[in-house]
Design a protein around this ligand. Sequence first.
Ligand code: AMP
Length: 303
Amino acid sequence: MRVVSDVMTMDTNNVFTTKQALRQALDKHRTAGYSIGFVPTMGALHAGHGSLIERAAHENDVVVVSVFVNPAQFGPGEDFETYPRSLASDVSLATSFGATYVFAPSVDEMYSTARGAGASVASTRIVPSAVADLWEGALRPGHFEGVVLVVTKLLNSVCPHRAYFGEKDYQQLAVVRALAADLDLPVEIVGCPIVREADGLALSSRNVYLSDSERKVAQLLSQSIRLAQGQLQERQAIAADELISVVSDFLRDNSQGLLSIGYVAFVDADTLVPVEQVVPTTRMLLSVTVGTTHLIDNASLVA
Ligand code: AMP
């Protein structure tokens, strides 16, 4: 990151709530030849987000972090209303991780062109690539349509050189990569590794929903990844059906009835299509509900 004296400190002037103010600030830097890194988030920042912001700060002169809980990617009955919101602490955390600006628009600002009765998001629709039909897309109809809509709008407001996404949301990363490639978006999409708690639980803003007993059960996600990695180390290749049964039994037998399985999947790491034979390059995808909290995890099976 180059030292840019006028963008190194974040005060209230460095938190933007309108696209216009954000664009004006960024245009100056772009004209001056500075590179812009962008980290889109829904806020309630934690060290997982922090790893993306730090990487963006390392690789760019100016870093924009957006904090926007996007209604378009939540389905009916999901946690849009209760999703944790903590803008003041997000701004200071983002700063400490290396952000130059925080963009925190309201829903009205973000979807200001929405028209008509009941319209709350844009009327234009973007159909994501077929990879969005699988897994989370099948469990949460419309979710990835909402993701590609907001990501496109945010990218068009920030116009970054690079945008950073976590492998924590592995399918989202694949959907966004396809979006950028298919629509010739002039941005480099950078995938970043999952940050985990000491006990293996992937950091997530939704972890705050978990009670103590649910928090213990949530450890089963990373434990089941290690279980699959261990089995594969012994045998080099295993039929996916067999490994799905082993992992599903492990989850059910140890969850004290607090966990329900969305899917346990072994997929091609690029296409996310299920494989028949699990090999070390296969990606394992997990989606569960613990209590009422939706949790996902994934890993390569190279132990
Ligand atoms: P969210 O605020 O949950 O929408 O996440 C914003 C970005 O941070 C997404 O690209 C996520 O994949 C990424 N992210 C969230 N949790 C983690 C984590 N534990 N490790 C790495 N990246 C993460």
